[in-house]
Design a binder for this molecule. Structure first.
Ligand SMILES: C[S@@+](CC[C@H](N)C(=O)[O-])C[C@H]1O[C@@H](n2cnc3c(N)ncnc32)[C@H](O)[C@@H]1O
Length: 256
């Protein structure tokens, strides 16, 4: 599957939500979304998921089996929800690298984590998931929560995750996916397309970013398609778990 799948005058195009845009334009627009929501991103997450995103993230961390002393990459770290939990697990001898393409999200994350006294074993790196500035075979574990959906060339990001992992290391990708129950699916559509943008308008004065959220979820590969992409990137023993009846899925793959 090629992300930059369409062509029109002027070069390759890709999707930004339901719109088809030039590949170079997508990064700019995704950047604008997260610039706009960074300051109120955490509040909005709690409100729109009724706090359930905390459970999904807790489960992902619990299933990572990260141990003291390990080196972990939290890619698309944003405001640091996973980085914070990972930093506690790796302890003083370990290291967590919180990497994100967006400076506003990363700064907000650093402020939060410093305020919580989490310093010393955390490093913040502004980086594009498609071209990671880390050596081969470097991390014991890599996580990516709700980030892959926003990346233009998802295959490149998965290949990069594979490259930077050590042998035996695992990548965990937590992302919105396809609900498994049709009744739930209909209610979820109503909620995402009608309620979410209104909440966005009310809380961050930005309906468009939350319309993009709803659309980007629909454009993201489903459970099986993402599993196939993991395998194509070189990962072994790949699998996934559905959370909340498939609203979210956690994909895992190992580098052998
Ligand atoms: C929905 S937020 C998720 C943040 C955090 N992981 C969480 O679960 O709360 C998505 C993040 O992906 C980042 N992102 C988008 N495209 C990226 C890319 N190409 N490389 C790295 N990060 C990217 C955004 O800047 C944003 O911080």
């Amino acid at each position: 599957m090629n992300e930059a799948s369409g062509r029109r005058d002027g070069g390759d195009t890709t999707h930004f939500g339901f719109q088809q845009v030039p590949v170079a334009e997508k990064k700019r627009r995704v950047g604008a979304v997260f610039d706009s929501v960074a300051q109120r991103y955490d509040l909005m997450n709690d409100v729109m998921s009724f706090g359930i995103h905390r459970v999904w993230k807790w489960l992902a961390i619990h299933l990572s089996h990260v141990r003291p002393g390990q080196r972990v990459l939290d890619l698309a770290a944003g405001t640091g929800d996973l980085s914070r939990r990972l930093a506690r697990l790796v302890g003083e001898q370990g290291e967590v690298v919180a990497a994100d393409i967006n400076a506003a999200m990363l700064c907000r994350g650093r402020e939060r984590l410093v305020d919580e006294g989490l310093v010393g074993n955390l490093r913040y790196v502004q980086a594009d998931a498609e071209r990671l500035p880390f050596p081969d075979d470097h991390f014991h574990c890599a996580t990516m929560a709700f980030g892959l959906r926003n990346v233009t060339r998802k295959e490149a990001a998965l290949r990069e995750l594979y490259r930077v992992l050590r042998a035996g290391g695992q990548a965990l990708v937590l992302e919105f996916s396809r609900p498994r129950l049709s009744l739930l699916s209909r209610a979820y559509d109503l909620y995402s397309f009608h309620v979410l943008p209104r909440m966005g308008k009310l809380i961050v004065d930005d309906a468009d970013s939350y319309r993009y959220l709803a659309e980007s979820i629909r454009m993201h590969p489903d459970q099986e398609a993402l599993l196939a992409m993991f395998q194509a990137a070189g990962f072994a023993r790949c699998g996934y778990l559905n959370f909340s009846a498939g609203i979210v899925a956690l994909h895992r793959g190992y580098k052998l």
